[in-house]
Design a protein around this ligand. Sequence first.
Ligand code: KG4
Ligand code: ZN
Length: 344
Amino acid sequence: MHVLGIETSCDETSVAVWSPETGLRSMRVLSQMTHRAYGGVVPEIAAREHVNVIELMTREVLEEADITPGEIALVAATRGPGLIGALLVGHTFGKSLAGLLGKPFIGVHHLEGHLYSPLLTRSDLAPPFLGLLVSGGHTELLLVRDWFTYTLLGHTLDDAVGEAFDKVAKLLGLPYPGGPEIDRISRGVDPGDLRFPVPRTPPFHFSFSGLKTAVRYHVERLTPEALEAARPRIAAAFQEAAVEQLMDRLRAAHRDYPTPRVVVAGGVALNTRLREKLARWGEENGVEIFLPEPRFCADNAAMIALAGWLRFSRRGETSLLSETARPSWPLPYEEVNHGAFPAA
Ligand code: KG4
Ligand code: ZN
């Protein structure tokens, strides 16, 4: 049994063959480098680059998995949310392939892919759990009471946390994407008395634009030489404030919804400081922390194959080939209900 996964929601083209019985068989992830020159993702370029490589990458993963197209049992492609031009490439390619092969197709929610990505390497993840999704486009805290049953507890009121890392990196003169750079230069650095604020927001919500502005004011007061010398300390202080905000909201949500498990996923889940703090908090509070393996944190097609398979196998869901990509697509959230948890 083989699922072909396809992910093209932003600037990573990824195709994978994944099997529910034997796990990941093959995967390609191509991070588009062209955008670096522009300091951010250019949607038109992203779409064109997906077109250039998707067919070849699909041939390569099939070859490496040593299967013929006819042996694909299900095609799963990201339907949204994401950049419309970029999404259309993978989603349309997936539908066309499934149609030609006469195999079922399923359009996958990108965040559902991230949310269940720890299952790629651990089979012991099951609801109920709290999910913290942290990426370049999303910062969401949700309660997963049951499979595919979500309550949105909090979200960012302005920038996503990964976006804040990228913008602050730019202020510090670091290359795009800035998250990994800030992580790298902050390692082992004590920010000393340099502190940036953790804002107050309505419960469980996030805000990162004030933090970014605080860093900007700080940087603007420095000469180029002083910035050069202080860069690691500023990066570390920013990272500390950003990570502490994530932890603060997670701890608060867990007091109200004391689930035995917590999932943290998305590109920012790669952050070293966040992983340290999560591990300590999990140990101290008897909470099992599920983090995807590093290669499954950033956008990848393995998580899309797995999430598609989950809906297909647990719910019997498939998508019509007439379905369209959805650039803005909220997860199907239930009304926020601060009632009893866990249910009696
Ligand atoms: O999930 P992802 O690959 O793409 C989106 O769906 O957005 O996340 C990318 C984001 C970028 O903002 C990147 O700077 C951030 O994740 N990121 C990190 C780290 N690695 C990637 N942020 C902080 N620390 C990292 N080590
Ligand atoms: Zn993502």
